[in-house]
Design a protein around this ligand. Structure first.
Ligand code: XMP
Length: 326
């Protein structure tokens, strides 16, 4: 039997009871597979890797070694939440690597979107491989592969996120959620006690804010993306749009325009708001954000985010616009 094929008899995991049965079964399976050995996991803080981490923690505790690489392109508060949830609350063996300078130095001056993605993907593998080599006696690698990744081998994840590990790092894979769909992974995550906002968060691309800081990334423009994104997310959460809108974020293009503040002319960037709904990310429609909320967000972003003097609202569906800007 091909263990990459979901059996037709497998029930869809929709309730905590079904999730608990799945968890018990996987814990047993993982323990039998890895025995007393250590298992390595790249923990991004995204839904899939977080659920795999929580499952493995339950199965093997401190024998799970999580590596969280901060590439400097994460959203505000994200690395802190990974450390808080996994290290402080779940007592996981977590290695935190702040590789921000390394990524941003490599990306300096690089404008081409695919080149940016390649650098981020390669650097990520390099940092992770360096950490893996520092650890001795690790033969297992856990991954948050889910069923859609297997079904669409040219799907979004494999299409965009380049790279595999170097040949000297030859691991046996542990992929406990590889037959699950995303909604099932979320139910399993909640049943494992992960925070709701971690399990139900919107999709976030591997290259992170890097594809929302259009063109060559600079530290100050990247900060404008991060701060405006944090304001947008906060306001969406306050106004009941979190969980309702599929994906929403801000983009900062690499041009400035004239503005005015305190009677003085300014030369600053615009922030673009994008909020879309979709089923499969192949096409998308626009979320109609209430005008009052848009005006409030504009007020906050223009006053609180350094280097910004305008806010623009993107009304373009996909097609013709892609969801991301690069
Ligand atoms: P586009 O921009 O192609 O995005 O309409 C469709 C979905 O894919 C996500 N996306 C990515 N995800 N690595 C990822 O893991 C990437 O390089 C990447 N580029 C786009 C995007 O956020 C949207 O959900």
């Amino acid at each position: 039997m091909n263990d990459n094929v979901r059996p037709e008899t497998m029930e869809r995991i929709t309730t905590k009871e079904l999730a608990q049965a799945f968890i018990d079964e996987q814990v047993d399976k993982i323990q039998k597979q890895v025995k007393d050995n250590k298992v390595l996991l790249a923990l991004s803080g995204g839904v899939d890797s977080s659920v795999v981490a929580a499952l493995l923690l339950k199965a093997i505790g401190k024998n799970l070694v999580c590596v969280h690489v901060n590439h400097g392109l994460l959203r505000k508060g994200e690395p802190e939440q990974v450390i808080q949830v996994f290290k402080e609350e779940m007592d996981a063996n977590l290695i935190y690597v702040d590789a921000t300078d390394r990524f941003l130095d490599k990306l300096a001056g690089v404008k081409d979107p695919e080149q940016k993605r390649k650098i981020i993907g390669k650097e990520f593998i390099d940092v992770f491989a360096e950490e893996a080599r520092k650890l001795e006696d690790i033969h297992f690698l856990a991954q948050g592969t889910i069923y859609p990744d297997i079904l669409e081998s040219d799907g979004i994840k494999s299409h965009h996120n380049v790279g595999g590990l170097p040949e000297d790092l030859d691991f046996e894979l542990v992929e406990p959620v590889k037959l699950l769909f995303k909604d099932e992974v979320r139910v399993v995550g909640e049943t494992l006690g992960l925070p709701h906002n971690m399990v139900y968060r919107q999709p976030f691309p591997g290259p992170g804010l890097g594809v929302r800081c259009v063109g060559a990334i600079t530290r100050d423009r990247l900060e404008a993306v991060r701060e405006s994104d944090a304001i947008l997310r906060e306001e969406f959460a306050k106004n009941g749009l979190e969980g309702k809108v599929w994906q929403y974020f801000t983009v900062v293009p690499d041009f400035t325009s004239t503005g005015i503040e305190d009677g003085k002319r300014t030369d600053a960037w615009p922030v673009i708001i994008r909020a879309v709904n979709t089923k499969d990310a192949m096409s998308a429609t626009i979320e109609e954000i209430p005008y009052e909320l848009l005006k409030h967000i504009t007020e906050r972003i223009t006053h609180e985010v350094k280097g910004v003097n305008r806010v623009l609202y993107d009304l373009t569906p996909k097609p013709t616009g892609t969801i991301e800007y690069e």
